[in-house]
Design a binder for this molecule. Sequence first.
Ligand code: FAD
Length: 473
Amino acid sequence: MTALVWYRNDLRVHDHQALAAAVSSGLPVRALYLLCPGQWEAHQVAPLRRWYVLSSLRELGQALAALGIVLDVIDCGDFAGVPQALADYCRRHQVSQLFCTREYPLNELRRDRAVADVLGGLGIALQGFDDSVLVPPRALKTGQGTPYTVFTPYRRRWQHYLDEHPPAPPARPRKREAVAFRDDNSLRKALAALDVPASLQAHWQPGEAAARRRLQGFVREGLAGYKAQRDFPAQAGTSLLSVALSAGTLSVQRCYLMAREAMAREADTEEGALVWIGELAWRDFYRQIMANFPHLAWGAPFREETKWLQWQRDEQCFQAWCEGRTGYPLVDAAMRQLNQTGWMHNRLRMVTAMFLTKHLFIDWRWGEAYFMRQLLDGDFAANNGGWQWSASTGTDAAPYFRVFSPIRQSERFDPDGVFIKQYVPELHGLTGKALHQPWLAPMLAPDYPSPIVQHEGVRERVTAAFQQARDIG
Ligand code: FAD
């Protein structure tokens, strides 16, 4: 008999409950990753993210081999192929127990139900762990017994829960006799089939070891200043750990515990650590929204009445936004950052998403899909939550009458244009007011586009559109 760890978005050996449980079963342990390229296509997963996952898998295979565990990688097409592939594998290796980390989006839930049915028929016990979140998505309910849909009260209860149930991630399993690492054929083929420019790869280091180093570096050097610096894209003020958290090369429990330990050790870290822990709470918040409101996976807005909004279907404006040619420096620099590195600063995700949905009044689902196709850290719950927040269609959304001014945001968060000039070289000759409004000095930036839309009047247009949607509904 064998215990099997089925790896998904949890590509690590440290702080891994499913792996620890499999090892403590006392049975020989194997590990499996099922490649689903068809699902990646359907979910529009960015090539860069696929590269990160596949490269991290290779490192995981080596780490598991050193613990005496073989990692097999099998291509099963898409989620529909998973139950059969697992059943075949379990028969072949006499698996009697299967361990995994739970996932919450709708397609993943359906996949796992189908797997439970098939494996149940074979008498295989299946055990899942809520290891990708700090607080399990159905653990907290409001006084009315409903899921939380507003962040601030959720955050309070979330912290209370964690104070009562502090995370206690298991240690990495002890070494057994190492097995040889086989560089899996399916993995090699999948990596070779990817077309990701080296210039894009150069920004990132896949794998658990790099993620753990980044966390240590951030806690040491970035946590204390996080509150003051996190909104300024020209500064390295945030952790850049989103890809590690979404692919599970790092556990969110480790992040939380290291931030708490730093707070306890150094008083001047407290302010920054509390704000950073608040971001981990946002991550859990959107995951519990996704788990409790699965219809969001069909592209539905959370606020029912906003389904009547008459979005513009302007392909040309959308293309200009995608390529960073809107004529608004901060928006354009942000979109070019996304295209050139696969990542975008959080403040700029809000600015660009609001610009698309409020200034251009283009459907948030277009932007959500574009982000997924580019982002290294593309994560359905966080991306959908962020887009619906920005478009004022979501749970705890920005009110529809709040419209970020791309000029004001630029002046506040990149006052000297250090970030803007890094990505928009056409603006090198500009300073002061003209840097944020280049149309004031068109002769100094002849290659830079004029604004595709005026900021003036946007609030009124958006307010009227939301009013109209309410009237229709
Ligand atoms: P830090 O500031 O260091 O934060 C630490 C961690 O907290 C992050 O790594 C992330 O896991 C989590 N986090 C931070 N902010 C948020 C947030 N607002 N919502 C949920 N989790 C958060 N995040 C993703 O991981 N994947 C996405 O696809 C994604 N799409 C987004 C789309 C839009 C329109 C918006 C407004 C936000 C989106 N975010 C997404 C949230 C946020 O922008 C990123 O998590 C953050 O920029 C990652 O950088 P960091 O790791 O340096 O974050």
